[in-house]
Write a protein that binds this ligand. Structure first.
Ligand SMILES: Cc1cc2nc3c(=O)[nH]c(=O)nc-3n(C[C@H](O)[C@H](O)[C@H](O)COP(=O)(O)OP(=O)(O)OC[C@H]3O[C@@H](n4cnc5c(N)ncnc54)[C@H](O)[C@@H]3O)c2cc1C
Length: 389
C-alpha cells in the first residue's frame, strides 16, 4: 500500500512511523522547507500519548528530548493554592508526562519516521487531491503531482486536506485568547512542577527545566482579536503585574517568542472519503495539553485499522473508534478555555469551589484521558506485515 502523508508535524511524522510498522510505503510531504527548526514553544505529552510512542518505539528518543514534570499545581490570582495533583499519573505503570519544545518533538519524530523507512519531502504544499477509483492523486503548489492508495491529511488546524474533503468544512475562529511565551533565568521555581496561575487577564503557565531555566507561556484573554505586531513583552508584564510569580518570572525573562493567536474549530463533519482521511489537528484541534497525544493516538488507531481491513473499511473503523473520544476531549478543552477567560465573579466562585473539587474529583474525573489505551492489541501485531489495498 502506498500512502501520502500531508504535513510533517506530530500527527504526520507519527502516522509515518505507524504506517511503516504495518509495511506501507510512506512519503510525507511538508509545506515548509525546514520547519523542523525551533518553531513554537513547549508542549506536553501525557501518559496516553507516551504509551503510544512506546508502542511505536519512539518513547526513549522523545524522553531524551524533554523532561518529566510529575506534579501540577493550580493557583488563584491571589497566590492561593487551588490544587496540587499528580500529572497524568497511572497506577498501573510509571508513565507520567514529558514536556519539551515542540520543535524538538517534531525533529525527533521525523528522524524516527525516516529511520523507519518513510520518505520526507519538504517544501511541498498540498493544493488539491482527486480520487479516481482506488487511487488518490495529490497536487502541490510546485506543480508536483503524485499518486497513492491513501492520503492522510496531517496538515494541522489550517488544513487544506479538510477543505478538499469538504469545501463547506468549518474554518478555525479566534478563541478569545492569544499566547505569548518565553524563557527566564535566575528565578527560584521548584523543579518537577507544572504551575498554572489563573490570572486576572488569563492563565500563566511556568515550570523549571533541568538546567534551571524557567519556561513560561501566557494565554491572555482578549475578547477582541489583537494586532499581534503591537504586543510586546512590556504589555504582558503589565497584564500580570498583580500576580506575584508571573510578575517575577516575566521580570527575569531573557528570551521572548512572538505571540500567536489561539483558534478553535467547530466539529468537523467530514473526516474521510474512501481514500483520504484526517488525523491530528486537521480534524480536531483539541488543546488542553492533549493536541500531540491525541495525534499520536490517531496514528496508531489508523494504522491498526488498515492492518485489519481494506482502505475504505479501515477509514470507517478509524472514524468510529475516534469520534466519541475526540468529542469528549473537545468538551473538556472548552471548559479548560473558559477557566482561562473567567471574569471576576466566575473567578471568585472558582477559587471557593476548586480546592475541594480538586481533592475529591480531579484524579477520578481525568483518568479517562490517561488510561485510554490504543496500543492494547498493537503490541501483539507483527511488524511490517503487508497490508491490503
Ligand atoms: C508552528 C507551530 C507551533 C506550535 N506550537 C505549539 C506550542 O507551542 N504548544 C502547543 O501545545 N502546541 C503547539 N502547536 C500545535 C501542536 O503541534 C499540535 O496541536 C499537535 O502537536 C498536533 O499536531 P498536528 O501534526 O496535527 O498539527 P501541526 O503541529 O500543526 O502540524 C501540521 C504540519 O502540516 C504542515 N502543513 C500545513 N499545511 C500543509 C499543506 N497544505 N501541505 C503540506 N504540509 C502542510 C505544517 O507546516 C505542519 O508542519 C504548534 C503548531 C505549529 C504548526
Amino acid at each position: 500500500m502506498r500512502v501520502i502523508v500531508i504535513g510533517g508535524g506530530v500527527a504526520g511524522a507519527t502516522s509515518a512511523v505507524a504506517l511503516r510498522r504495518i509495511g506501507a510505503e510512506v512519503t510525507v510531504y511538508e509545506a515548509y522547507a525546514d520547519p523542523a527548526g525551533q518553531v513554537g514553544s513547549f508542549l506536553s505529552l501525557a501518559a496516553n500519548g507516551l504509551r503510544g510512542l512506546g508502542a511505536l518505539g519512539c518513547l526513549e528518543m522523545v524522553q531524551r528530548a524533554g523532561f518529566n514534570v510529575p506534579r501540577q499545581r493550580m493557583w488563584a490570582e491571589t497566590g492561593r493554592l487551588l490544587g496540587d495533583t499528580a500529572r497524568g499519573r497511572l497506577a498501573e505503570d510509571s508513565l507520567m508526562s514529558v514536556t519539551l519544545m515542540r520543535g524538538r518533538l517534531v525533529e525527533a519524530l521525523r528522524a524516527q519516521a525516516v529511520h523507519a523507512g518513510a520518505q520526507l519531502v519538504t517544501g511541498q504544499r498540498l493544493v488539491d487531491a482527486v480520487t479516481e477509483g482506488t487511487t488518490v492523486r495529490a497536487e502541490f503548489d510546485s506543480g508536483l503531482t503524485t499518486e497513492a492508495d491513501l492520503l492522510v491529511g496531517a496538515d494541522g488546524i489550517w488544513s487544506a486536506t479538510r477543505r478538499i474533503l469538504d469545501p463547506k468544512a468549518p474554518e478555525p475562529r479566534y478563541a478569545g485568547l492569544y499566547s505569548a511565551s518565553g524563557v527566564a533565568h535566575d528565578v527560584d521555581v521548584e523543579p518537577g512542577v507544572f504551575n498554572i496561575v489563573f490570572g486576572r487577564n488569563g492563565a500563566f503557565i511556568y515550570l523549571a527545566t533541568p538546567d534551571r531555566a524557567v519556561w513560561w507561556a501566557a494565554q491572555v484573554a482578549s475578547p477582541r482579536q489583537p494586532d499581534l505586531a503591537s504586543i510586546e513583552l512590556d504589555l504582558i508584564k503589565r497584564l500580570y503585574q498583580h500576580e506575584q510569580m508571573p510578575a517575577t518570572v516575566l521580570a527575569a525573562t531573557t528570551e521572548w517568542h512572538r505571540p500567536t493567536l489561539m483558534h478553535v474549530l467547530a466539529g468537523v463533519p467530514v473526516w474521510r472519503t474512501d481514500r483520504t482521511v484526517l488525523v491530528g489537528d486537521s480534524g480536531h484541534p483539541v488543546g488542553a495539553g492533549q493536541g500531540a497525544s491525541m495525534a499520536i493516538e490517531d496514528a496508531i488507531v489508523l494504522a491498526r485499522a488498515l492492518q485489519e481491513a481494506d482502505v475504505r473499511g479501515a477509514l470507517a473503523v478509524y472514524e468510529q473508534k475516534r469520534r466519541a473520544r475526540i468529542a469528549k476531549m473537545v468538551k473538556s478543552a472548552s471548559a479548560n478555555r473558559d477557566a482561562k477567560t473567567a471574569g471576576p465573579i466566575a473567578r471568585r466562585a472558582r477559587n471557593l469551589i476548586m480546592p475541594a473539587a480538586m481533592k475529591l474529583f480531579y484524579e477520578r474525573g481525568t483518568s479517562w484521558l490517561y488510561t485510554h489505551d490504543v496500543t492494547a492489541d498493537w503490541q501483539h501485531t507483527g511488524h511490517n506485515t503487508p497490508t491490503q489495498t
